[in-house]
Design a binder for this molecule. Structure first.
Ligand code: ATP
Length: 240
């Protein structure tokens, strides 16, 4: 759980973060904090700005330097590779595996910017044994759920400080979603800090300690995930 003291900076935070696609503004002053060891969910309807927020954190979309801080250091706008080296890893929406590579080669791609830490191939294969069975198969031969496991595994291979997951459940059957989310406690057991972007609000509330709801590029609700009624969440999600 939250391990940093009151006088320490959060592991990750944004301050008044704004984002633009050309002239179109997508984020309007997002203040966000994430403490070491937390699981925080970001929810919101289509187009609310969830993916844009993750893109700003990971350097895929330009952010002002001071607007994003990782372990107290200003990292906004740094190149994505540098941000991975500093400890942020993204499991992208749609998995984005390399289709011409095998499962194992995809996993090893995640170790290019590897930090020291507990995650390696052996440990990943213990987490998702099916990936070991299929390690020499092309990534394209995996089912949707197995591809999601591989995408998660590739991000873990960098031994991130913060794992950012964009819509892990997208397009998957409930039974498969359950299988993937059941692995989460093993990922967080040693203090991994996780941000989960999730459209399934009930699921997001169950797996996270705190949540942020975005609506049209602004935070419409934030707090302990178990402290909100369905009506409060619904209003923050869809608006009045
Ligand atoms: N590449 C882009 N070019 C222009 N506008 C974009 C681009 N990507 C997203 N947007 C706009 O930015 C806003 C936020 O989109 P974003 O994809 O971050 O929302 P989201 O909450 O992740 O939605 P979804 O759940 O559909 O992925 C939307 O108005 C969207 O149309």
């Amino acid at each position: 759980m939250a391990a940093t003291g009151a006088n320490q900076s959060p592991l990750l935070c944004t301050h008044a973060l704004e984002a633009f696609y050309g002239d179109a503004q997508a984020l309007f002053g997002i203040d966000f904090t994430l403490e070491q060891g937390e699981v925080v969910a970001i929810i919101g309807a289509n187009g609310a700005g969830k993916s844009t927020f993750l893109k700003c954190l990971t350097g895929l979309l330009r952010a002002p330097r001071e607007a994003v801080r990782l372990a107290g250091e200003a990292v906004g706008g740094l190149p994505p590779g540098e941000i991975v080296r500093r400890g942020l890893a993204l499991v992208p929406e749609g998995r984005r595996l390399f289709p011409s590579l095998s499962v194992q080669e995809n996993l090893l791609m995640g170790s290019c910017s590897r930090r020291s830490g507990p995650w390696d191939l052996q440990r990943l294969y213990r987490l998702f044994p099916v990936l070991q069975d299929k390690r020499h198969a092309p990534a394209t031969s995996l089912s949707g759920g197995q591809q999601q496991m591989a995408a998660l595994g590739r991000a873990l291979m960098s031994n991130p400080r913060v794992l950012l997951c964009d819509e892990l459940s997208l397009g998957l059957a409930p039974i498969v979603i359950g299988e993937i989310y059941r692995a989460l406690p093993q990922v967080t057991a040693e203090g991994m800090t996780v941000v989960i972007v999730e459209q399934d609000v009930g699921l997001a509330q169950r797996v996270s300690r705190r949540l942020y709801c975005l609506q049209e590029g602004r935070v419409s609700l934030q707090g302990r995930s178990d402290s909100f009624t369905r009506e409060q969440v619904s209003q923050a999600y869809f608006g009045a």
